[in-house]
Write a protein that binds this ligand. Structure first.
Ligand code: OGA
Ligand code: NI
Length: 375
């Protein structure tokens, strides 16, 4: 396919400056995008001018169209068998059409959700000197703060307009004293709730595949938890930058908590659809590894976050996976789901291989799964 004129303009624009040294200078500040805003910039620096933002942003608000983003009520899920069956069906339908859904009455107190968002904000808004020791891209670390985990990974694209704090919470979690003090207590409390909900969800996801409820749990799909606290500072030129560029998550499944600002979009029926912030709700989506092991029955759908003049926007993503650990466990399409008419679509991989591949590739706009696809 021929490159669009936007891409060509962007490419020639990029030749005129030394991207690598600008990235390095920015990274050396260890102050993230927040540091740029604090320094009073009024223009988006070149390293953040993103081709995806320069394309026409077609987004629609599902409230104003025929789209209804699925909202599932988990009330009484484990007490009422009829309700349980209904919920499994609702989840199955939501995943077949959207790959995403929101849950309410999920058991995590709203006060805990609100405090988690406040804790994430406190971390990012404290002095740079306190944050600096956490600044890293070393995947062996259990707690790290950075701006773009993939800042130096891909040549063609630009950096995302967000800062993040990542904490490994299971298995072998970060020690409490390793967690930043500003959000330590709430991160531990939030993780406990999220793990519990994760175990409930993974059962529902198993049942939705027609497997016994503990199948995915026994495969370790809810064993590992990483919590990513995202901070999207206000952006002076949102038409030039992107909060999080288009990607699918590289885990089994993700639970996302967002504040009330909005900007999250899901690619649905060939267009970007806004996910309406719903106070007290959690957003659930399927990641690449669950797509791989379900042999495409569940799909990891692309999503992104727009940059916004209004900010900061805070979100907390809980990734269920073994994380960038050295796990040698092998994952391939689940035997029980395969048949003569449904042969494996992916080759099996170790988690270690999968994470090394996806981490190195970064959010370059391409799917991790194509690397594992059997042609
Ligand atoms: C992510 C992600 C969305 C958001 O961190 O993978 O998609 O709303 N975040 O921050
Ligand atoms: Ni994501």
């Amino acid at each position: 396919m021929a490159a669009s004129s936007t891409q060509q303009n962007h490419a020639s624009f990029q030749k005129d400056y030394d991207k690598q040294s600008e990235l390095k200078a920015f990274d050396d500040t260890k102050a993230g995008v927040k540091g740029l805003i604090d320094a009073g910039i009024t223009k988006v620096p070149q390293i953040f001018i993103h081709p995806e933002a320069l394309e026409k942003k077609t987004s629609i608000n599902p409230n104003k169209t025929h789209f209804t983003f699925p909202l599932i009520d988990l009330y009484n899920i484990n007490k009422n068998p009829i309700k349980h069956k209904e919920i499994v069906k609702q989840i199955q339908e939501a995943l077949e059409t959207w790959g995403f859904f929101q849950v309410i009455n999920h058991g995590v107190p709203v006060s805990v959700l609100d405090e988690m968002l406040r804790g994430a904000r406190r971390f990012h808004e404290q002095g740079v000197d306190i944050k600096k020791p956490y600044y890293s891209r070393d995947v062996a670390r259990k707690v790290m703060y950075n701006c773009n985990f993939d800042l130096f990974s891909h040549k063609a694209l630009a950096a995302n307009w967000r800062d993040s704090l990542y904490s490994v919470m299971a298995p072998n979690p970060a020690m409490p004293e390793e967690l930043p003090e500003t959000c330590r207590e709430i991160t531990i409390e939030y993780s406990d709730h999220v793990m519990k909900l994760g175990y409930t969800l993974v059962e529902l996801l198993s049942e939705g595949l027609g497997l016994k409820p503990n199948h995915l749990k026994e495969m370790g799909c809810a064993e590992g938890l990483g919590i990513l606290c995202n901070y999207y500072p206000s952006c002076p030129q949102p038409e030039l930058a992107i909060g999080t560029s288009r990607h699918a998550d590289n885990d089994f499944f993700t639970m996302l908590l967002q504040d009330d600002i909005g900007g999250l979009q899901v690619f649905h029926e060939n267009q970007w659809v806004d996910v309406p912030p719903t106070h007290g709700a959690l957003i659930i989506n399927i990641g690449d590894i669950l797509q791989l092991i379900s042999n495409d029955k569940y799909k990891s759908i692309e999503h992104r976050v727009l940059a916004n003049k209004i900010g900061p926007r805070i979100s907390v993503a809980s990734f269920f996976s073994t994380g960038p650990s050295t796990s040698s466990r092998i994952y391939g399409p689940i035997e029980e789901l395969l048949s003569k008419d449904n042969p494996p679509k992916y080759r099996a991989t170790t988690m270690k291989d999968f994470f090394e591949y996806s981490n190195k590739k970064g959010l370059d706009g391409n799917s991790n799964l194509s690397h594992y696809k059997i042609i």
